[in-house]
Structures are given as structure tokens and as C-alpha cells.
Write a protein that binds this ligand. Structure first.
Ligand code: FAD
Length: 399
């Protein structure tokens, strides 16, 4: 297997690198580098810049206005974006809902919603989880009852990421309570400005409010906002989750995070020598680097297979588990590298301040990142549950 990029791939890499150099606003990349909290305007600015330059809908088919990049091209983008400290692309409309609409939505839904995802007219959020329906998602209770040409929705979603910015939410709702759980779920598109919807922020351990509760009281949703068939939502929901899990592998972020840890470990001293020369620390860096390289190759292999034959299944769970372990290990190494500077929780380092930092600038967000990324092994299906899926599938196949 030739692991070097060929001439065409190198040309593509140059194109992405030039784009990052010329178009990524300095203020934005500096904010990302220092772990600052991005505003809605920041994220929208980056979304628009990518769209204007044909780099947004990377895996969408051309017929829907996508770039149809192959797995290597997407990998190159991830690498370059992370190294340039570009913001993460907000995934909810673009890489979660869009594949569902393209595969299961009607022509009218595709014509209406897909261009609006691209031009940023709509900000989508994901209404899957509920109190009591996280890992056991199929037990969700938010109810949608058909009345004429509307559904009436009642219930509560939770952990809705960036729901405070969203004007649209895609929701799993129960349309038939009298059948096996999985067979009574539907996939609805709901306008967040409809009467009866309330968004309540949840303040996290790191002081940010990136997740919310969303409450529905007698919310009227037009029937044309049903995706696919009524009571077939579980199929669409699972299809979406495999896309969510592959994206969670986060190879680009881990590469950039590892480079940052190495820079910190060269600057920080331990026993009169740079920390990077400490054998124990160096061994941990080497181990995570090896794991990351192995995962990057698996990621490429799996994503390119998926491009040929639909969504990855079991492999998405494997990437999710491995990718999140690696990112959390990198966060832990960063915390150890900056030592006591990671002890105070400096919310001002995340929110932005004119005050001088209490340590080197790279130390400011280390504690906040460490805490915030505890989420990685929980969302998108917890790692424990992913391990169970892997075990059941592989052991089942051996029988
Ligand atoms: C920061 C953050 C953002 C999120 N964003 C969104 C979002 O935008 N939209 C959305 O719909 N959801 C979102 N989620 C919700 C997320 O998908 C759920 O938190 C996740 O599915 C786990 O569900 P739970 O929190 O209810 O935990 P539970 O399901 O109650 O699990 C609790 C613990 O028990 C373990 N466990 C549960 N079942 C098993 C089992 N069968 N075997 C072994 N261990 C098990 C779990 O691994 C976990 O450690 C987000 C979560 C977080 C933390």
C-alpha cells in the first residue's frame, strides 16, 4: 500500500492549504488556537467562506450541489483545516440531516431544504435524546399525533447541541405507541419558531452552555415535514448515526492536538530538561502517535469503502471508540504538560479577555478542553454501548 499522496492529491493539498492561508480570517484561527468559544457569527462566517469556495458540501453527491470529494480528499481537508486552526464545520444540517434527506427524503424536501443548508438559511440541531432515552434511544417518548394535515407534538428533548442558535430541529418522535418500540418512531422536521417550543440552556462543567433542553407543548408540524414514511424513522435515525460516528473519529483535530502537546512539552521543563525528553512522557506521546496513525489509516479505508457502498456500520462504532480515546489521551497529555497552569479553571481564557494570561497562552484553555472533551465518549452513542455493538456483531458473525 502506497501511503504517499500522488501528484493529484498533492495538488489538492496545495489548493486546500492556499485556501486556508488566504481565506481563513486570522482572528478566527487565533480564537480556535487559543480554545476560545466561537460565536454563532464566527461559525456562520466560516460556513459561508467554505460554501463560496466549494469546500462545504464535501461528501454530497454532485446532483445535490456537492463537491463529491473522495476519502483521501476529505482526509486532506481535515488535516489542513486542523493544522490551520480552522473552526469545525457545524455538522447537524450538513453531514447528519443532508444524507438522510438525500437517501430517504422526497424530491420536494431535497429541493427545499438542501440549498438552505448550503447557504446557511437554516441552522439545524439534533432532537434525538430525551431524559430516559439516551443509550436506549428507542424508548423515546416525545409524542406526535396526526390531526388532519398536521402532527401535534408534545414532549422533551435534551442535550441539544447549539439548539440556542437553531431555527430548525430534526426530531425522532413516537407516532405509534402500541407496537414494538423501534416500529413506532418517525423522523420530523420542526421549525423552532413554532408556538409551543421552549429552549432552556444547560450549563456544563466548563461553564459553557453549548447544550440545551427543548420542550414541546402542542406544537403544530405540517405533515409534509415528515421524512420518508410514518413509523419508519428508526431506519433513518440509525443511518444518520453511522455518519455521526464516523465524523467523530476526529483525525484532523487529534493531529493538531498532538502537535500542540509536542510544542508544549518542548517549552515546559521537567527536572532541568524539556519535558519532551522525559522518558515516561515521551513514551506516552509515542504511543498515542502510533495509535493515531493506525486509526487515520483505518479511517481512510473505512470512509473510502463507505463512499462506494453507503453508510459504514460496525466500523463507524470502532472509529468512534478509538477516535475518542485518542482525543481524550491527548487532552490528558496537554493537562500534564502544563502542570499547575491547568489547575485553575480559567473561563475567561475560553470567553476572551484583555487581562494577561496566568501562564503561557497555550495553557489557558487546557483545563476547559480537558473537561469539555469528556463528552466525546458519551455523545453519538456512548463508548460502552459502541463496544457492546462491536462485540455482538463480531461474536454473532463467528457463531
Ligand atoms: C455534550 C453533549 C452533547 C450532546 N448533543 C446531543 C444532541 O445534539 N442531540 C441529541 O439528541 N443528543 C445529544 N447528546 C446526547 C447523547 O447522545 C447521550 O448523552 C448519549 O446517547 C448517552 O445517553 P445518556 O446521556 O442518556 O446516558 P445513559 O444512556 O443513561 O447512560 C449512562 C451510562 O450508562 C452506560 N450504559 C447505558 N447503557 C449501557 C449498556 N447497554 N451497556 C453498557 N453500558 C451502558 C453508558 O455508557 C453511560 O456511561 C449529547 C450529549 C452530550 C454529553
Amino acid at each position: 500500500m502506497d501511503l504517499n499522496y500522488n501528484a493529484e492529491e498533492r495538488a489538492f493539498q496545495d489548493k486546500v492549504r492556499s485556501f486556508m492561508k488566504e481565506k481563513l480570517p486570522k482572528a478566527l484561527s487565533e480564537k480556535v488556537r487559543l480554545g476560545g468559544e466561537l460565536t454563532k457569527a464566527d461559525m456562520e462566517q466560516w460556513h459561508a467562506l467554505l460554501n463560496d469556495n466549494g469546500m462545504l458540501a464535501q461528501n454530497w453527491p454532485k446532483e445535490f450541489g456537492g463537491a463529491e470529494w473522495n476519502a483521501v480528499q476529505r482526509h486532506i481537508y481535515e488535516e489542513e483545516a486542523a493544522l490551520a486552526n480552522a473552526p469545525r464545520i457545524v455538522p447537524f444540517g450538513l453531514s447528519m440531516l443532508a444524507p438522510v434527506l438525500q437517501n430517504f427524503g422526497s424530491q420536494e424536501q431535497c429541493d427545499h431544504w438542501l440549498p438552505r443548508i448550503l447557504d446557511g438559511s437554516d441552522w439545524w440541531c439534533q432532537g434525538y435524546s430525551e431524559p430516559g432515552a439516551g443509550s436506549d434511544l428507542a424508548s423515546l417518548k416525545t409524542r406526535a399525533v396526526r390531526e388532519g394535515d398536521h402532527y401535534i407534538v408534545n414532549g422533551q428533548k435534551t442535550w441539544t447541541t447549539l439548539g440556542q442558535h437553531a431555527n430548525m430541529i430534526f426530531c425522532l418522535v413516537r407516532t405509534d405507541p402500541d407496537v414494538k418500540q423501534q416500529l413506532g418512531i418517525s423522523f420530523l422536521l420542526i421549525d423552532m419558531n413554532t408556538l409551543g417550543i421552549e429552549v432552556r440552556p444547560i450549563i456544563l462543567l466548563d461553564g459553557t452552555a453549548e447544550v440545551n433542553e427543548v420542550w414541546f407543548t402542542d406544537v403544530k408540524v405540517p405533515v409534509e415535514n415528515l421524512v420518508g414514511e410514518e413509523n419508519k424513522g428508526w431506519t433513518y435515525a440509525k443511518y444518520l448515526l453511522t455518519h455521526e460516528r464516523t465524523n467523530i473519529a476526529g483525525v484532523g483535530s487529534s493531529n493538531a492536538g498532538l502537535e500542540a502537546v509536542k510544542r508544549m512539552a518542548k517549552a515546559e521543563m521537567s527536572g532541568g530538561r524539556p519535558l519532551i525528553e522525559n522518558p515516561h512522557f515521551a513514551a506516552r506521546i509515542a504511543q498515542v502517535e502510533i495509535d493515531l496513525m493506525a486509526m487515520a489509516l483505518s479511517n481512510l479505508r473505512i470512509v473510502s469503502q463507505a463512499a462506494k457502498g453507503g453508510a459504514p456500520g460496525l466500523e463507524a462504532s470502532m472509529l468512534k471508540v478509538k477516535g475518542t480515546i485518542i482525543r481524550q489521551e491527548i487532552n490528558d497529555l496537554a493537562r500534564r504538560a502544563v502542570g499547575t497552569y491547568a489547575l485553575p479553571f480559567a473561563s475567561e481564557a475560553v470567553e476572551g479577555t484583555n487581562e494577561a494570561p496566568f501562564g503561557p497562552d497555550y495553557a489557558g484553555p487546557v483545563a476547559a478542553d480537558y473537561f469539555n472533551n469528556r463528552k466525546l465518549s458519551i455523545f453519538g452513542g456512548s463508548n460502552e454501548v459502541q463496544r457492546e455493538i462491536i462485540a455482538k456483531t463480531t461474536l454473532g458473525a463467528m457463531r
